[in-house]
Design a protein around this ligand. Sequence first.
Ligand code: PLP
Length: 398
Amino acid sequence: MITPNMHYANLKDSYLFYNIAQKTKAYLEANPDKYLYRMGIGDVSLPLPAAVIQALHDAVNDQSAKDHFHGYMPECGAPFLRETIAGYYRERGVQISADEVFVSSGASDELGDILDLFDSRSSALVIEPAYPAYVDANVMAGRKILHLPCGQENAFLPAPQEDVKADILYICSPNNPTGAVFSRSQLQDWVDFANKNGSVILFDAAYEAFIEDPALPHSIFELDGAQTCAIEICSLSKTAGFTGTRLGYTVVPKALCRSGMHFHEMWVRNRTTKTNGVSYIIQKGGAAVFTPEGQRQIRANIAIYKKNAKVLMDALDELGIWYCGGKNAPYIWMQCPDGMGSWEFFDYLLREIQVVGTPGEGFGACGEGYFRFSTFGSPEDTKEAARRIAGLLRKKGL
Ligand code: PLP
């Protein structure tokens, strides 16, 4: 009789998006004439930029001609894309070599796969509220998980604590769901803490492109000492609309070493064993994101999402409601009014004004009492949702 991975039995059911879907479905069945303003979505609504589409078409044409055809790609990524991404880091003053960049099919895949590099007896620290995959991927591997809850007292940006140490430290900045971004000095504290304790930081930079404040770090490698304690996981999903096209990259520095083992060498070995690389066509499309034209076009798209954020923030400012995020991130994390619970507030918005958001409780217990709005919807829907929220909560006497 085989023994399955029994750790799967320890996974908690993920009710968040299932419950949202069930509640909205039930509402629409009971109110078929109503239109819903969906401010909960984590997917983009704008199409791929023109420069990417052109590059994808050109790459398809390459595949039609014997002289230009590409078969298997190098497992760790095409040299042209690895060079391009290393150049993107150099523009920000970060020196990493092209072979420290690993092209991937997206951050989700990497957040799961990278755990192959760590012993199952190692522990993982998750700052909560958090993107749910961090906890689940470690539960599947049977790792011990330490939860570091945070809240308004530290603006959802906690400092490391001497009595909460772990081998793997997850840091997501800009954060999903809170939209909060670690400052340089706050992130430096985490880097110093990791180096001192021999931990490894898994830095999720999926939303770095949304940072507009020049003082905030886009990459953990902007901090001193990060190359000896961090792996950075990035994605073009939200940066450039690749959620359905799938492309990301991971930086594993050669200087990262624990117990005589070099993580860069281990990751090369892992990738060359477990993948056959990302498709040539998609990598060509990805390279176009980093051209001057591609950068102009993705900035224009991000500006549209940022305008959505501004509309929502203006409404919350006017109501005097506490929130964080929005300015340097595509998410706004607000405190539910009148001490409402996050599912209670969800039901209230759905019932009264047909606005759908995401209850904070779904991102960890300390998210209870908070609510996440995404800014990836259409400007028209966002404006109307903000108008309705302002009207409803004003009427409520806030
Ligand atoms: N990390 C965070 C914090 C995310 O919010 C997401 C997607 O929503 C991902 C990673 C996954 O990104 P990808 O589409 O590249 O798999």
